[in-house]
Design a protein around this ligand. Structure first.
Ligand SMILES: [Zn+2]
Length: 625
């Protein structure tokens, strides 16, 4: 079959698959659109939000194409969600409470305090949070910021802190859940380079926004492409039931740590009868494991936490808001919403473990786990962000880890070696390609992609266009916005190569500054290249912003201890963490630091130590070797 006929056949199959979704689900149900547009009073100025270097951090009109009818290249259920998430602006939730929605990936909530604005979750970048605040002051009148709440540790909720609190020394009180600092930096720093690169897939960051590109991120459009900042919290919420009066407004908090994020709270505003579920509830099934990678989340605790909120707050609230998506209005509706949100995690948890206890393994469970019947009419629990199959695998991983018990999977071959053997066993690349193209013709996309990926990893670049074709059509059929993005990113990189994008990736330098010196050293130690460290024995005294540390390099391992060396070190270095961070990020050198006041007893030894560490390139290949 010619390439052109193949393309036409797949387009027809994708069209049919997407039409079947539209037939099965009540796509025309308009009630969510009423909730998502209710109370709109302003929007960001036309032209979007500028970012440094003449770039654009955010422009919601990039998504104007969503006003068209659902194209063949999109799952109609996702298209509906994409339109809802593109409803952007400032919305009055009730007297005294507003939300800036679709001004970045997450929402910023604004509460009228006695003396100023109380802001909840000031977005992801300095530019977008400043623009959202500008819209608030322009519309509601200029007021100072009297307090800021950060509901949890994920950067889309705090990266914009300096857009609303430019000077950390005179910042308003910043409230966060206890444990915030232990996690906010660690998730983004230790595995940060790997996770951030995979996040470019999850969010489709180098894709065009178009009917053939990225259309939605499930819990919002996409992270803004601006400058991520940080200001450390000044006050911590520690227990469920904790009550605070913040700038004259009563808050009752619930701890939700260990559910959607390792440190998180929800809160009730009893005088407004508004319940904010942070990101514990959203208008979609959340993920128990994001495709970008993270520690798997506890679905049972998640369900219990939602139920606790239902019991504690259900009778005291008439409106439920979240830090993503739009509100739920009405007490009965919000109680039902909470029960259904709870049950989607409980269902997935229990059914995964039922099947596991019957002896099934992750790939079997993901296929066997059927959508519960009620889900076909409850869009808020459908998988636009998480999905049943991905979440089932996450629950398996949470309880059992990566190994499924079958010894063949104890030590599988790496992809290139496996691909080479499989291609040879099939009878060579031509024969493998032939079988893969037969599978494509029969619309067996996963099987075709499996064979084609073996070819690509065996070094047969000629298979890349067919693999891209398979991924593209898998993406076009996805209900999950972020799984769509992953497939389409892979397709694009297979066809066009990797296209680096500025203002994407890299670590949040503000945040890295806040790491305790010992944790900073741990994050540096994992760069040690064992070949360069062979036969090296080194003891260094490090004094970082006045903290004494000993760094040992021995047995090809680097270990840091928070204490001055017990025996005379080989060299000592007195330095600021900002200077160390600048050296590691490549914007400065040891010589620069020494010229700026750092002190080394023997600069050559320190340089040798620095030289034993790898730099991490960000744009490593994912869908090819
Ligand atoms: Zn978020």
């Amino acid at each position: 079959m010619s390439d052109r006929d193949m393309s036409a056949r797949l387009r027809a199959a994708t069209k049919a698959a997407n039409e079947a979704v539209a037939e099965r689900l009540p796509i025309e149900d308009h009630s969510a659109f009423e909730a998502a547009t209710r109370g709109k009073i302003a929007e960001l100025p036309e032209g979007g939000v500028a970012a440094p270097g003449g770039r654009t951090a955010w422009n919601i009109s990039d998504y104007d194409f969503l006003q068209q009818e659902c194209p063949e290249t999109a799952n109609p259920s996702l298209w509906r969600m994409a339109r809802l998430n593109a409803i952007s602006g400032l919305f009055e939730v009730c007297d005294g409470v507003w939300q800036a929605r679709a001004c970045d990936y997450a929402n910023m909530t604004i509460i009228r305090g006695e003396t100023g604005w109380i802001l909840v979750d000031p977005l992801m970048t300095r530019q977008t949070s400043a623009a959202a605040l500008h819209m608030v002051n322009d519309t509601l009148g200029d007021r100072p910021i009297s307090a800021i709440l950060v509901t949890h540790t994920h950067p889309d909720h705090f990266g914009g802190l300096r857009g609303v609190a430019p000077d950390p020394d005179s910042a308003p009180p910043i409230y966060a859940p206890e444990g915030f600092m232990d996690y906010a930096a660690s998730e983004g720093i230790l595995g940060g380079n790997h996770m951030m690169r995979r996040a470019t897939y999850q969010f489709g960051l180098t894709l065009p926004t178009s009917p053939e590109g990225t259309i939605d991120g499930g819990i919002g459009k996409s992270p803004a492409k601006g400058e991520r900042t940080f200001v450390p919290p000044s006050d911590y919420i520690t227990y469920t039931g904790e009550e605070r009066v913040i700038d004259g407004v009563r808050f009752v908090f619930q701890m939700a740590s260990g559910t959607e994020a390792p440190a998180e709270f929800t809160f009730l505003l009893p005088d407004h009868r508004v319940l904010c579920m942070a990101e514990v509830c959203t208008q979609t099934m959340h993920n128990l494991l994001p495709p970008r990678g993270a520690e798997a989340r506890d679905a049972r605790l998640w369900a219990r936490t939602i139920d606790e909120a239902l019991v504690m707050f259900g009778d005291q609230a008439d409106i439920l808001i979240n830090c993503h998506n739009w509100p739920v209005f009405g007490q009965e509706d919000l109680k039902l919403f909470l029960a259904e949100q709870r049950d989607i995690y409980k269902y997935t948890h229990d059914q995964t473990l039922r099947l596991a206890n019957l002896g099934h393994t992750p790939n079997e469970i993901a296929q066997m786990l059927k959508e519960p019947a009620w889900l076909s009419t409850k869009f808020h629990a459908r998988g636009y962000y998480g999905s049943l199959s991905f979440n089932a695998r996450a629950i398996y991983q949470f309880y059992f880890g990566f190994y499924d018990g079958n010894p063949v999977n104890m030590n599988p071959l790496p992809p290139s070696e496996l691909g080479t053997h499989i291609v040879a066993a099939i009878g060579g690349p031509e024969r493998t390609l032939e079988i893969a193209r037969d599978a494509l013709e029969q619309d067996q996309l996963q099987w075709a992609a499996t064979l084609l990926s073996h070819l690509v990893f065996a070094g047969h670049d000629g298979a890349k266009p067919d693999l891209a074709l398979a991924y593209r059509h898998m993406g076009y059929r996805m209900e999950s916005g972020i799984m769509r993005n992953c497939y389409l990113m892979a397709a694009r990189e297979l066809e066009e190569g990797i296209t680096p994008l500025p203002m994407v990736g890299g670590r949040n330098a503000d945040l890295a500054q806040t790491l305790p010196a010992l944790d900073w050293c741990d994050a540096y130690a994992l760069r040690l290249n064992p070949d360069r460290a062979q036969d090296v024995r080194l003891t260094l005294a490090l004094i970082v912003d006045g903290t004494d540390l000993t760094v040992f390099v021995d047995r090809q391992t680097e270990f840091a201890r928070q204490a001055a060396p017990a025996t005379p070190p080989d060299a000592s270095l007195t330095i600021a963490q900002t200077q160390l961070e600048a050296i590691v990020s490549g914007t400065s050198t040891l010589d620069d630091a020494l010229a700026e006041g750092a002190e080394a007893s023997d600069p050559a030894i320190i340089q040798h130590w620095l030289d034993m560490h790898d730099a991490f390139a960000f744009w490593f290949p994912i869908a090819s070797p």
